[in-house]
Design a protein around this ligand. Structure first.
Ligand code: GLN
Length: 491
């Protein structure tokens, strides 16, 4: 039997279902792998070995009793530390929530448990999901398994690195501006941002509520689709959840794997297909587009003239929403409390707690947001940004009249060395140049590996209309049928 940690989720589930491997064996193999490599990778903030083994034993017992197992039963999964897990530490990569053990599970985690997956632990992330490199985690960065001196992307770098380092076959991320897709691209893994409202935000620690979208991460497209199906769908506990079934992403991934794209129209976004990206990224992207054409797809150029304003609009909308959402971290309700010595007033304790508990990037966002929302500036900043958001949505609507999906590189550059973009926030923000429009529109997007540049992974992004998530899985699986999956060098 091949090494359990090298297998796909689909293969692992089949082994468990047939009894060739137990869920406990599979879990132990992954816990051993974490023990062997995670001191170097640092993908995990917390490993819940006891909880994982208990969940695995329950799957084995269920099988022994002859009960039917779901398609992901017994498969290990790593969960980004932005989702609440009952009794298991949830920090959001911040000191302000250090030591907090939530009293409830997020809907995503509840569905993961119901599907019989085995949660290995919580993964590292930029504090409050603000960043593109995990360098803004209050607990130290995560290394990219392709080169441990480079970033694994962010904010969900821990989830992507756990996959690329074979510490987990599946992971959960959250994407507000690109935090599932960009880490997927730079680690050679697959990351999908579902349609906004297609996956529940209940128990997802809020950053920017009109953009935040939890979603699946995996090493191949079919596994991502299976995970998407397991976590997606309507949730009455989330007021923006869409009351409709999950698009048939699994069937679409299976159909795409045949490598036939006859009749599919791919829209090459003019504004994103050359400018602003590294030459190596553009070259890998163009080769992949040629490969997709050979599978029968028709490529049409579509112009989306307002996409160039997406990044500035995002950096008004997201900080504005964050400045309101993060007001709840006051030193009273959760986690850290500083200076509560009986001699200080409430306001001073709040101020000391926030000063000690929030890192510099989070403070920057809160200040940007409160400024953009302040009276006198509201119309000029927040109001204008909302108008730009409408124009971007119109660009998407027009583009989808000409093409079934849109394609671009996922991110302008491959994994960069630690420290190379931390001194200038704008250089860091540019990592999401190509992913942010999708968030502002609310549609789905996926990053699928499309090749290497100087030995480092490059991702191709496929964007689809809202609630047509299946389309991106079909094209993604077709691309994978030509490119194959990528394997990081031995650690
Ligand atoms: N990198 C972007 C930011 O810093 C997006 C983050 C995300 O998607 N959570 O805001």
């Amino acid at each position: 039997m091949a090494e359990l940690t090298r297998m796909t989720a689909t293969e692992i589930a089949a082994l468990i279902a047939s009894g060739e491997a137990s869920a406990v064996e599979v879990t132990r193999a992954h816990l051993d792998r974490i023990a062997a490599v995670d001191d170097r990778v640092h993908a995990f903030l917390h490993v819940d070995a006891d909880g994982a083994l208990e969940a695995a034993r329950a799957v084995d017992a269920k099988r022994a009793a002859g009960a039917e197992l779901g398609p992901l039963a017994g498969v290990p999964v790593a969960v980004k530390d932005v989702l609440t897990t009952k009794g298991v530490p949830t920090t959001v990569g911040s000191k302000i929530l250090e030591g907090w053990r939530p009293p409830y599970d997020s809907t995503i985690v509840r569905r993961l448990r119901a599907a019989g997956t085995v949660m290995l632990g919580k993964t590292n992330m930029d504090e409050f999901a603000m960043g593109s490199s995990t360098e803004y985690s209050a607990y130290g960065p995560t290394g990219n398994p392709w080169d441990l001196g480079r970033i694994p992307g962010g904010s969900g770098g821990g989830s992507a690195a756990a996959l690329a380092a074979y510490e987990a076959p599946l992971a959960i991320g959250s994407d507000t501006g690109g935090s599932i897709r960009q880490p997927g691209a730079v680690t050679g893994t697959v990351g999908a941002k579902p349609t906004y409202g297609g996956t529940s935000r209940y128990g997802l620690v809020a950053f920017s509520s009109s953009l935040d979208t939890p979603g699946p991460c995996a090493r191949n497209v079919l596994d991502a689709a299976l995970l998407h199906e397991a976590i997606g769908g309507h949730d009455p506990r989330d007021s923006t959840s869409i009351p409709a079934p999950v698009p048939d992403v699994v069937a679409a991934a299976r159909a795409g794997a045949s490598g036939d794209l006859t009749g599919v129209k791919l829209g090459l976004v003019t504004e994103f297909s050359g400018e602003g990206a590294e030459p190596g990224v553009v070259a890998a992207f163009r080769d992949a587009v040629d490969a997709l054409t050979k599978l029968g797809a028709e490529v049409v150029e579509v112009s989306c003239p307002h996409f160039q304003y997406a990044l500035p609009a995002y950096y008004l909308i997201a900080p504005s929403e964050c400045s309101s959402n993060l007001a709840r971290f006051d030193g009273v309700r959760f986690g850290l409390r500083v200076g509560d010595d009986g001699n200080r007033g409430l306001e001073e304790v709040m101020s000391l707690t926030r000063d000690a508990g929030f890192g510099p990037e989070v403070k920057r966002r809160i200040m940007l947001g409160t400024y953009a929302l302040s009276s006198g500036y509201y119309d000029a900043y927040y109001g204008q940004a909302q108008k730009v958001r409408t124009l971007i949505t119109r660009d998407f609507t027009a583009a989808f009249e000409q093409a079934d999906v849109l394609i671009s590189p996922t991110t302008p550059f491959v994994a960069f060395p630690f420290g190379s973009r931390t001194s200038d926030p704008y250089q860091m923000y540019l990592a999401d140049l190509f992913t942010i429009p999708t968030n502002l529109y609310g549609g789905p997007g996926i990053s699928v590996p499309c090749g290497l540049s100087d030995g480092l992974p490059v991702g191709l992004q496929i964007m689809a209309p809202t609630m047509a998530d299946d389309r991106m899985y079909r094209v993604g699986a077709a691309l994978e049928s030509v490119i194959g999956t990528l394997t990081a060098p031995e650690l």
